[in-house]
Design a binder for this molecule. Structure first.
Ligand SMILES: NC(=O)c1ccc[n+]([C@@H]2O[C@H](COP(=O)([O-])OP(=O)(O)OC[C@H]3O[C@@H](n4cnc5c(N)ncnc54)[C@H](OP(=O)(O)O)[C@@H]3O)[C@@H](O)[C@H]2O)c1
Length: 287
């Protein structure tokens, strides 16, 4: 089997991706503060900000392809720690792209729907970026640098994702379900729309992208939905009383990072490659 190196294997998406990728690849996964073991995967504890350290590891592994997921991934944290965000999201991503470009191997880099301001959805790959938070701004800069350093790389813009939790990182779903189990009400935004999908579907899309394309690719889910409507579907699928899901608006919650109202992604290009997100009730039932 060819070797696939996944950065951020201890993260939410990385852990989900490793479960799927190992049927077709010999998978190596990097971890940092959470050095977990994943059955079937060789994990390497590595601070990617240390260029010498990651170069040495990459040279030793000699991967045939890289999926770079490791990131400072929390928009509110990035807003208050912009230097850390820049280093991890921009500098490290550019260095990894340069290494893969020189090695002439395929690279997938994960960006975000938050490179858009949310005022002109749905967004196509060719639309101008217009980030309104530090995280989105840094991902937008990273997109450019990655493609400059490695023009054959794929930059996948990911939507909000939910799914099974890794031993150390979950999605928003876990918090929602825990609150509902305790009989607590959940206030969810009626005025924030995302093309939500599962990490499993997104991982399938990333593997497809790795083999089939280059440049920008949107990997949104099938539906554009508010968090409130997502909550109602979740309550139905997991059999919780729907009145525990209460409507609220972005302005009701104080957050460091500004949030765009509608970053729905048009993912037709990915559909043309064979990317097939399932409906949200189906995805939730599978979980
Ligand atoms: N989750 C979403 O809904 C979503 C939406 C849009 C885009 N994305 C993008 O998708 C990718 C994966 O997101 P995620 O939710 O899986 O993120 P996550 O759960 O926060 O995981 C981040 C990963 O990055 C690693 N990492 C952080 N700093 C590192 C460093 N200095 N050296 C090496 N590794 C480091 C972490 O390792 P340790 O935990 O071991 O420290 C972890 O494995 C990111 O690029 C994110 O921006 C995610």
């Amino acid at each position: 089997m060819a070797k696939l190196l996944v950065t951020g294997a201890s993260g939410f998406l990385g852990w989900n991706l490793c479960q799927i990728a190992q049927s077709a690849w010999e998978v190596y996964g990097t971890t940092w503060t959470n050095s977990i073991q994943i059955p079937g995967i060789t994990t390497i504890k590595l601070d990617l900000r240390n260029v010498e350290q990651f170069t040495q590891s990459f040279n030793e592994i000699q991967p045939d392809a890289v999926i770079h997921l490791a990131a400072a991934s929390k928009p509110n944290y990035c807003q208050t720690h912009p230097d850390e965000s820049y280093q991890m999201n921009v500098t490290v991503s550019a260095e990894i792209a340069a290494w893969c470009g020189e090695a002439e191997i395929p690279l997938v880099f994960t960006s975000t729907d938050l490179v858009f301001d949310g005022l002109n959805a749905p967004y196509h790959e060719g639309d101008r970026v217009s980030p309104i938070c530090v995280y989105g701004e840094h991902k937008a800069i990273a997109e450019q640098k990655v493609l400059q350093r490695h023009p054959k790389a794929v930059v996948c813009r990911m939507p909000l994702m939910f799914g099974a939790a890794s031993p150390t990182a979950g999605s928003f779903l876990q918090g929602f379900l825990e609150a509902l189990k305790q009989g607590k009400t959940l206030g969810l935004f009626t005025d924030e729309y995302r093309s939500v999908t599962s990490a499993k579907t997104a991982s399938e899309g990333l593997l497809l992208a790795l083999e089939q394309t280059s440049g920008l690719l949107h990997l949104g889910g099938k539906e554009s939905i508010s968090r409130y409507d997502f909550g109602l579907i979740m309550a139905e699928v997991f059999d919780f009383p729907k009145d525990l899901i209460q409507p609220c608006q972005q302005q009701d919650v104080v957050m460091s990072a500004p949030r765009p109202p509608n970053v729905t992604l048009d993912s037709s290009r990915a559909y043309g490659l064979g990317y097939k997100p399932r409906s949200l009730p189906q995805e939730l039932l599978e979980l």
